[in-house]
Design a protein around this ligand. Sequence first.
Ligand code: FES
Length: 94
Amino acid sequence: MPADRGASVDFYFDGRLVTGRPGQSVAIALWDAGIRTLRHSPIDGAPRGMFCVIGVCQECVVMIDGVRTPSCATLVQPGLRILPVPDPPTGPGH
Ligand code: FES
């Protein structure tokens, strides 16, 4: 049975409603919604996003149910609530 390309899957990223398609990864759905920055580097604070898109590099990790999860290897699900990985502490002593 072919996939219903007209169906949509609503979920949330950092409180923002995002609409994906069934069978689409979270990373691609976010990309389609114009969301490119998924977290920031703990080294220099630079924005980070998709790189390998095969679940290996971990550049695209987000928080799903409190767990760091590669968004390129996770399918969208209705009502999913996703948060960016918290920014690392900055400033003197960090
Ligand atoms: S982009 Fe490399 S693990 Fe997702």
